[in-house]
Design a protein around this ligand. Structure first.
Ligand SMILES: N[C@@H](CCC(=O)N[C@@H](CS)C(=O)NCC(=O)O)C(=O)O
Length: 103
């Protein structure tokens, strides 16, 4: 089985773009450490590493890759699978007081 120890995935609970990446991970039985940005210092760490608190963000050997479509394309290439067709764009935004709204 391929090793994915060099990867970490920053996620936000309820984030539809994170769910899209997770669906691909599940489908291909890929296990990657998840870091929830609402827990501990993960959110601040992500801003320090990648410059923004946007999820999902895949760390590849410590380097950030944002955008769910790019993440899925990268993972598909790495395992030699076809990447599902996906629409680009879309975004959700944090709202004051907690939670987020999606376009
Ligand atoms: N186009 C991006 C959208 C990602 C996105 O909007 N993520 C939301 C959570 S669902 C987020 O982290 N928003 C916070 C922000 O943009 O600062 C993708 O496909 O990954």
């Amino acid at each position: 089985m391929a090793s994915f120890d060099d990867l970490k995935l920053y996620v936000l609970p309820g984030c539809p773009f994170c769910a899209k990446v997770d669906a691909f991970l599940d489908e291909h039985d890929i296990q990657i450490e998840h870091l929830d940005v609402t827990q501990g210092t993960n959110g601040d760490d992500l801003v320090r590493i990648g410059g923004k608190r946007q999820c999902p963000c895949l760390l590849i050997d410590g380097k950030p890759m944002y955008e769910s479509g790019d993440i899925i394309d990268y993972l598909a290439g790495r395992i030699g699978a076809d990447a599902p067709k996906h629409e680009g764009g879309g975004a959700c935004h944090f709202v004051p007081g907690g939670g987020h709204v999606c376009d």
